[in-house]
Design a protein around this ligand. Structure first.
Ligand code: SF4
Length: 487
């Protein structure tokens, strides 16, 4: 059996990092971890091939080779998914992953859907395939034990194409934010892999020749603090033995800042970035969306503390809550500048399918259309309480203000003042290339050159160890500025 995995194209969003990739000579930011893991769950004797459209073109010869085509992706990739389905017309197509799990009925031309978590539903599909009685939909509410999840099939990708590898340690998050679809798919009881299992995954990456950044793509890395601490102790030993082969980034909830033991373990294990969902400084809006873990928290102090443990904080921010007044845009600008989160992903609230927000807005007859899934593209899929034009104009002003060169570089200053780099990894050739490339692209031909040189000089004199981070942020700033201009 010949299986072709196809990963759809990402549109140009804050998360695509498309304008950064040319600096580091890469084609995409992250590999399609879901498909690589599915590959390891299929019979060994089957032939498998992957076309990640963010990296390579989908050719007719690949489609003709395949007996079956597996597509996976997120809502934000749905336009590309429809193009792929059209192009593969006549072949047996199997769809799985988040986009199909929360909205398979919106896709025509897919023969079989393997929904929810594949550890449960894929074996059901394979059994029926063997018995020649395939059904249209395979689904289950059962949450699998991720300690049985196999190591991703790294053979399907070329590491050189990606700036960062991806692995998963846990699924699920104990919190209950109204707009979140992760807890709808993965549940509220965090399920973790064993420390040994994760070390085996790292060994597999190292043995395949990879070194560099790894994104631990968990819903909330610290969802089960006891287990994560145990795993981190093992990871520290692994890193020491392997000369700090990897540096890590992940996603967590803001209560990370309350736990110094956890911060210290992450820092020693060589975590250098963490994404946190701040959403809004308005307590009323936080209570509205049930992000109660952020209410009455000193988020500025929290970020400073994380920075002192050698981790840069990336953050998610949202406007468009029912409790947001017209002053929310200025409040958010002030908050983002003060907190010093340089890479701030600001979006308009969106109602993702099956979330509690989606059901509430539906009951209130305020839903307008499907979400694009790209919550930073300025799309609005519900009737807001605020006048729609004021919301969209305010959003555009907010994004363009925080990504003006002056404000962006001011945030880098705020961040660097509080940042104590602790990374033990040596700079890679790609990072060196990015630096050389930035000298020309930002230092000479870009309008940001004044800010760039001032940053380089100041950091070289006062905070030399932070220089690689400062250069990285200057490069990322080019991407964020370009994306924000489109909003
Ligand atoms: S903390 Fe993050 S992952 Fe957890 S429920 Fe809230 S938005 Fe979802």
């Amino acid at each position: 059996m010949n299986i072709l995995f196809i990963y759809p194209k990402y549109p140009d969003t804050f998360w695509s990092f498309s304008n950064v990739l040319k600096f580091v000579r890469k084609k995409a930011a992250f590999p399609p971890l879901g498909l690589l893991t599915i590959s390891s769950m299929l019979p060994k004797e089957w032939s498998k091939k992957l076309v990640d459209i963010n990296v390579n073109e989908l050719k007719n010869e690949d489609i003709n080779w395949a007996d079956m085509i597996f597509i996976s992706g997120m809502i934000v990739q749905k336009d590309s998914i429809r193009d792929i389905i059209k192009k593969c017309n006549g072949k047996k197509i199997v769809g799985g992953g988040p986009v199909f799990t929360t909205g398979h009925e919106k896709f025509e031309g897919v023969d079989h859907f393997i929904l929810n978590e594949a550890e449960i539903t894929l074996p059901l599909f394979l059994k029926d395939l063997e018995e020649g009685k395939l059904k249209k939909i395979y689904t289950s509410e059962e949450k699998p034990d991720v300690t049985k999840t196999p190591i991703p099939d790294w053979n399907l990708i070329d590491f050189k194409d990606y700036s960062t590898m991806a692995i998963q340690y846990s699924r699920g998050c104990p919190f209950n934010c109204e707009f979140c679809d992760i807890i709808i798919m993965n549940g509220r009881v965090p399920r973790t892999k064993t420390p040994e299992q994760l070390m085996n995954e790292l060994d597999s990456l190292k043995d395949a020749g990879y070194k560099g950044s790894i994104f631990i793509v968990d819903d909330n890395f610290i969802g089960n603090k006891k287990n994560v601490k145990e795993m981190l102790r093992r990871l520290i030993k692994w890193q020491k033995k392997n000369k700090h082969n990897f540096k890590f980034l992940t996603e967590a909830s803001v209560n990370l800042a309350d736990d110094e033991e956890l911060l210290s373990l992450m820092s020693v294990a060589n975590f250098d970035k963490v994404f946190l969902g701040f959403e809004t400084p308005s307590n009323e809006s936080l209570k509205e969306c049930k992000k109660l873990q952020n209410v009455n928290k000193d988020l500025v102090a929290g970020v400073r503390k994380i920075n002192q443990y050698g981790m840069q904080v990336m953050g998610g921010f949202i406007v468009g809550f029912d409790n947001d007044g017209e002053d929310i845009f200025d409040i958010q600008i002030k908050f983002i500048q003060e907190i010093g989160v340089v890479t701030a992903m600001v979006g308009v609230l969106t109602a993702l399918p099956q979330t509690r927000l989606w059901y509430r807005l539906k009951a209130e007859e305020r839903l307008l259309k499907d979400s694009t899934g790209g919550n930073t593209d300025g799309d609005l899929n519900f009737i807001p309480k605020m006048n729609k034009k004021k919301l969209m104009d305010g959003y555009s002003r907010l994004v363009n203000t925080i990504y003006s060169r002056k404000n962006y570089y001011e945030r880098i200053d705020t961040f660097l003042k509080n940042y104590t780099p602790t990374s033990k990894s040596k700079a890679s050739m790609d990072e060196f290339h990015a630096f050389i490339s930035s000298l020309w692209r930002i230092g000479i031909i870009s309008k940001a050159r004044f800010y760039y040189w001032r940053l380089i000089l100041k950091t070289s004199i006062f905070k030399i160890r932070s220089l690689p981070t400062a250069i990285e942020l200057a490069i990322i700033g080019m991407h964020f500025e370009k994306v924000s201009r489109k909003i």
